[in-house]
Design a binder for this molecule. Structure first.
Ligand code: URA
Length: 210
């Protein structure tokens, strides 16, 4: 679990939280925030050594290792994080998972699965703005692990302790690397499963209420 501790992250998050922030501004800020979080989240991305010839000399550098990392936004709200992520990782492959949470039962169901069947040896970055109960994210991570991924990093704009605890209970002590990078760890969930103080419904704020 890594909470990004940076004044620019805190500044953008504060404006995202503000109920008066309109959708175009929210989308732009979420995009910028994800790029900052992606910088933290990719700290352990795998690279391999390459030789590079500068105008002056030949030296050693690095390039991203194969297989390429996979980025998986969870629809719908995770889509608002995709551009900010691939700006930093333009060579990543992108898969999609459509997951929806029943507002009453809080149960999660998968309605779209465009993730490669074999993820052996892949580093995967899951984009989900709100780690609330952790139900959606743990279902997504379970699917990725079942396909062979052993290294999954979730990037979330905000997290609640309930969701973090659920992920800890599910993955701590297992032989897989699961981490969460977020801009803020909030107080709690309310009775409707919203993060408090949070920022409201991330999908609605990104795209307008449907
Ligand atoms: N999903 C959201 O969009 N917002 C929350 O606060 C919790 C879950």
């Amino acid at each position: 679990m890594h909470v990004a501790d940076h004044p620019l992250v805190a500044h953008k998050l504060t404006t995202l939280r503000d109920a008066r922030t309109d959708s175009p501004t929210f989308r732009r800020l979420a995009d910028e925030l994800v790029t900052l979080l992606a910088y933290e989240a990719t700290r352990a991305i795998r690279v391999e050594s390459v030789e590079v010839t500068t105008p002056v000399a030949t030296t050693m550098g690095v390039k991203l290792a194969d297989p390429r990392p996979l980025v998986v936004p969870i629809l719908r709200a995770g889509l608002g994080m995709l551009d900010g992520m691939v700006r930093l990782l333009p060579t990543a492959e992108v898969g999609f998972l459509g997951m929806i949470r029943d507002e009453n039962t809080l149960q999660v169901s998968t309605y779209a699965d465009r993730v490669p069947p074999d993820l052996t040896g892949r580093q995967v970055f899951v984009l989900d703005p709100m780690l609330a109960t952790g139900g959606t994210l743990s279902d997504a991570i379970d699917l990725l692990l079942a396909r062979g991924a052993t290294d999954v990093t979730a990037i979330c704009l905000l997290a609640a302790p309930e969701g973090v605890n659920r992920l800890r209970a599910a993955y701590d002590g297992r032989s897989v690397e699961v981490s969460v990078v977020t801009a803020g760890l909030d107080e709690r969930l309310n009775e409707k499963g919203y993060i408090v103080p949070g920022l409201g419904d991330a999908g609605d704020r990104l795209y307008g209420v449907v």
